[in-house]
Design a protein around this ligand. Structure first.
Ligand SMILES: [Zn+2]
Length: 395
């Protein structure tokens, strides 16, 4: 048995921190969280972590392990064969883990390599983050991220696409409802699929017990995805030709249907600016994130890690800074990157919370992250299923 002692603990939900916690861990799971620094059981290995706050390992609900966060990650992915790509994905996963991101959901790979990597870690060959994977996103021929290999052009192909993914063991279905910014010639404002086609994806996925999350930028695509009954919206910037238009009626409909929104926040400060269509809309998009939260929409902390130099793997701590700018409190922001993300991934009982029965994915950060969220950027220690993560040699 392992016993972690620290000064404070954030359990993933409560605004009141546990003082002088003692966290008992057995076989990779938390068995007790005691306040007041009681005595550990005889024979336990005690780790004294000092003036730190224990928090649940962060959950990044939107990453691309196959993108290398270079200036042109698409070219790099296309140049790699599957062997090289898988090695880079393994490195990216370790970059998340050492940054305290113990669960990542890959929302777009090639060749189901994220599923392969998920199983590699799960089988215990190597300590890595918990990986969830969508496989190649569903997209139209020549559509957004078509180079990942997930083309499906009509309802029958979409249904077959969902079934193929479920057979391959994916955790979630990702559908590119609008164009995006990483695929030249594809318009982020225009839907690639009709609401009826997206509804077929949802029906088929739910039949197989999978959730559906939709990549959407333009308002028309958001409307179609919401009408189709998707479970999650990625980006969801409410783009229109002249900028951003987030009607309260649509925000309320997203809230009323219980749809999760991942606004893909989180950027390294001082990096190169995002592409002009994104940069010019950032202030209005930030305001809409605050309005989504006020309307009761569940936000999650996916980052789109890997897509640009300002979004390296392990960037999730910066989501908190970004959420504070949109009007969330620090405890609300910390919930977004821990328990809310775990719930959206269907892992609420095991991840994102430091409670008995949960996996012992624990991060120690200096000081108090509710007062100083920047403390999240340099974890003092990371435990994955009770195993202390040694910093691998990463470049
Ligand atoms: Zn993405």
């Amino acid at each position: 048995m392992l016993a972690l002692r620290a000064t404070r603990l954030f359990d993933g939900e409560s605004a009141t921190l546990v003082q002088r916690p003692l966290v008992l861990i057995d076989s990779g799971r938390i068995v007790a969280v005691d306040a007041g620094a009681g005595e550990p059981p005889a024979g336990a290995e005690v780790v004294e972590l000092g003036d730190v706050t224990l928090i649940p390992g962060l959950v990044d609900t939107h990453v691309h392990l196959g993108f290398d966060a270079s200036a042109d990650p698409v070219a790099r992915m296309r140049a790699d064969d599957d062997g090289a790509l898988l090695l880079r994905m393994r490195l990216a996963a370790q970059q998340h883990l050492v940054a305290g991101v113990t669960t990542v959901r890959d929302l777009g790979d090639r060749g189901y390599l994220a599923v392969t990597l998920r199983d590699w870690f799960r089988e215990g060959h190597e300590v890595g983050p918990e990986v969830l994977a969508s496989g190649p996103p569903l997209t139209v021929t020549g559509g957004h991220c078509h180079f990942m290999g997930g083309q499906a052009d009509d309802e029958a192909e979409l249904r077959r696409g969902v079934r193929t993914r479920c057979t391959r063991g994916v955790d979630v279905i990702k559908v590119m409802v609008t164009g995006g910014n990483m695929t030249a010639g594809i318009d982020p404002l225009t839907p690639q699929y009709t609401a009826a086609e997206i509804a077929a994806v949802v029906e088929e996925a739910h039949r197989f017990g999978r959730t559906v999350t939709a990549h959407v930028h333009g308002v028309a695509g958001i409307e179609a995805a919401v009408d189709a009954g998707v479970d999650g919206l990625e980006h969801c910037g409410f783009w229109v030709a002249e900028g951003v238009r987030a009607d309260q009626e649509l925000i309320d409909r997203i809230a009323g249907r219980g749809i999760t929104v991942c606004p893909t926040l989180g950027l390294l400060p001082g990096g190169p600016p995002p592409p002009p269509p994104v940069a010019s809309r950032i202030p209005a998009m930030s305001a809409s994130v605050g309005r989504l939260h006020k309307a009761g929409v569940r936000l999650v902390g996916g980052t789109d890690a890997g897509i640009a130099p300002a979004k390296p793997h392990g960037v999730a701590p910066y989501v908190v800074d970004h959420l504070l700018m949109t009007g969330l409190t620090s405890v609300e922001a910390l919930r977004v990157v821990t328990s809310a993300g775990a719930d959206a991934c269907g892992l609420g009982g095991r991840k994102g919370r430091l409670v008995p029965g949960a996996d012992a994915d624990v991060v120690a950060v200096a000081g108090n992250p509710l007062v100083d969220p920047q403390a999240l950027r340099q974890p003092a220690a990371v435990f994955r299923a009770g195993v202390r993560v040694r910093t691998p040699v990463l470049s």
